[in-house]
Design a protein around this ligand. Sequence first.
Ligand code: HEC
Length: 285
Amino acid sequence: MNTLMTRKSATLALAGSLAVALALSAAAPPAGAQTEEETQRGLERYRQMLREDPWSNPALLDADRGELLWTTAAGPRNATLEDCDLGLGPGIVDGAFARLPRYFEDAGRVMDVETRILWCMRELQGVDVAAYVAKPHPSGGQPVKDVGAIATWIANRSEGEAFAPALDDAAGRRTVAMGEALFNRRSGPFDFSCATCHSATGQRIRLQELPHLSQPEEARVVVGEWPAYRVSSTHVMTMQHRMYDCYWQMRMPQLEMGSEASVALIAYLVDKAAGGDVAAPGIKR
Ligand code: HEC
């Protein structure tokens, strides 16, 4: 009985000190914990290291996967994507990304790289692309999906070339104008437009710098880095995914991959970035 009592009070004492320890840990971070600013600085160091050795960019593995997907027969027609016309003629990949988005006669509309890949998967391979469109982007930690991997490879094959999107025809100009209208249009429950966050220099959310995307000088630097390896979510993010995510931040309805609105926003951004270099895949936060 005596022993039991002692044991019980020892347990109580232990529980007591645990409670104190927990209370303390709630009040102050344990020794050695990082502040958010230190974490950001650590991530910036990591990004810097990745940039200094371009071959260490994990997105290159996705680009390799994309190339393999392009050259491997698949879908109901058991065909490869090698005859896909990215605008410079069937099968020509080098330099094609730098000329996108553009109007495609066969599809009767302007397309960015991801929309075009989807189109080729459907037309050449007979793939039912509805499943992609329903869930087109990876969640954090998951690798970029197939279309994004292929887009990463195609973009990389224009690396170092200046953006010269073929948007000077009537369809191209109409698409850019629609993108500009969407960029500046306030909407959704927060009444945000893209311009609310992206039309001033030096604007930031917490430590996150917001590029001034309607200004060519900044657009030329950041737009050509997409698709990019995003360090904080450890996967490649494509431009369609970036548009989807910013629309989500605005609490707008889900932006459909390949939709006219998504292509128009991308066409507007790339038009602003014309003359800047393709530097994909880039490294982002
Ligand atoms: C509420 C503020 C907000 C709104 C509104 C917003 N964005 Fe963003 N945007 C961000 C933030 C924050 C980032 C950086 C995200 C990150 O790296 O995690 C970002 C990043 C981007 C980038 C990548 C920039 C880079 O560094 O390469 C592009 C492109 C972009 N946004 C376009 C848009 C477009 C187009 C719209 C409208 C459809 C839009 N954004 C609306 C906050 C916003």
